[in-house]
Design a protein around this ligand. Structure first.
Ligand SMILES: Cc1c2[nH]c(c1CCC(=O)O)Cc1[nH]c(c(CCC(=O)O)c1C)Cc1[nH]c(c(CCC(=O)O)c1C)Cc1[nH]c(c(C)c1CCC(=O)O)C2
Length: 355
């Protein structure tokens, strides 16, 4: 596809364990509501209309890249496009977030899902990736992503945000086989979806297990880890079989602190840490063969800029300069002042320089 030559490969080197002059930095949800130019776009267009229109998704992906000296762009989309591709309706309601008008209630409801040709329904994401990779002009690598099977399953059953995920967890206890059938269906689509994203131009991939925090270790071992592992193994295997150079893959399992050692053995190149994790003890637990990503408290961006810079300096010391991708410990919040986002990025660049 003759993509422009990449000029900044810091994040790819950090992910592969190669030396970097300083830590690469990007921010989860960096393209979003904290930016006035995004909110302006949302006044005119529906959320999923933007996702489905490559020119608009590309424009929003580029917005944070124009403002801040970031080391990666993440394609503008949402994890919930995967349930949509399986035939479910998802609406983005103002003030409420994503809502499924007809969530899955009982195992029989799985028959309503349509896994045939579902990856083709995501062609608009592939088109957005290809367009954005060109429009980035090689400035920074383009990241693709998907939601992990458990996180997507829980949305499909709860139908909206939930404080406990009790409905979804009820399936794990009462309908373990149907749960595994659903998780496998999502895994299969995710594998094709991520391979398609790389073919379309994604240079690195992240899998978001945002609802890891609701699982016990036992539930995680049974209903999350095997599917996260299958995804990395199959995506890397399929790319290899198709003669396509492998791309680094990140897993972000929020709240799954108990699973760090296991996650480090799955084959992901990068493990994302949420803000509750200690960088030094996490490094001791995972060893030196994986890269860590994270993990400043997203609320630290509310602190005065000087204090924010001090917190970044402390974080940089704790992670060390090798195999670290600087990020927040979860997505940036919508009421963060963009100037403080800039202060965060600049502080990483200043304090993560290799000595
Ligand atoms: C759980 C989850 C979702 N979506 C996502 C996750 C995993 C990351 C995480 O844990 O935060 C991932 C996501 N969602 C969005 C991106 C785009 C790329 C980026 O900037 O990182 C990414 C990577 C855009 C978005 N996704 C959404 C918005 C705001 C919607 C709007 O404009 O009305 C954006 C910019 C909507 C969305 N989508 C989702 C929720 C819960 C919400 C509403 C609340 C919220 O905004 O956080 C589901």
């Amino acid at each position: 596809m003759n993509f422009p030559v990449l000029q900044n490969d810091l994040i790819l080197r950090a992910a592969r364990g190669q030396p970097t002059e300083r830590a690469p930095v990007w921010v989860m949800r960096q393209a979003g509501r904290y930016l006035p130019e995004f909110r302006k776009m949302r006044e005119k267009h529906g959320f999923f209309d933007i996702c489905q229109t490559p020119e608009l998704a590309c424009e929003i992906t580029l917005q944070p890249i124009r403002r801040f000296p970031l080391d990666a762009a993440i394609i503008f989309s949402d994890i919930l496009v995967v349930p949509q591709a399986l035939g479910m309706v998802v609406e983005m309601r103002p003030g409420e977030g994503p809502v499924f008008p007809e969530p899955l209630n009982m195992p029989d409801d799985l028959d309503k899902l349509c896994s045939k040709d579902s990856v083709e329904k995501l062609q608009y994401v592939f088109d957005a990736l290809t367009l954005t990779r060109h429009k980035l002009e090689g400035k920074v690598p383009l990241l693709g992503f998907t939601g992990a099977p458990w996180t997507l399953m829980s949305y499909m059953i709860e139908g909206k945000g939930s404080k406990t995920q009790a409905k979804a967890k009820k399936w794990l206890y009462q309908h373990p086989e149907a749960s595994q059938k659903l998780l496998q269906m999502i895994t299969n689509l995710n594998v094709d979806y991520l391979v398609g994203q790389v073919k379309a131009g994604a240079q690195m991939l992240q899998v978001f297990e945002s609802h890891g925090e609701f699982l016990t270790q036992e539930l995680f071992d049974k209903f999350s880890l095997p599917y996260l592992t299958a995804i990395v193994e199959q995506v890397k295997g399929k790319l290899k079989a198709d003669g396509i150079p492998e791309v680094p893959m990140t897993v972000f399992a929020k709240g799954a602190h108990f699973a760090l050692e296991q996650l480090a053995r799955t084959g992901y190149d990068v493990i994302g840490l949420d803000w509750t994790m200690n960088p030094e003890s996490s490094r001791a637990r995972v060893g030196n063969n994986v890269t860590l990503q994270g993990n400043l408290d997203p609320c630290a961006l509310y602190a005065p800029k000087e204090e924010l810079a001090e917190k970044v300096a402390k974080m940089a010391l704790a992670f060390g300069s090798h195999r670290w991708i600087a990020n927040l410990g979860h997505g940036i919040y919508p009421d963060v002042d963009p100037d403080h986002m800039e202060a965060f990025v600049e502080a990483v660049q200043k304090f993560s320089v290799k000595k």
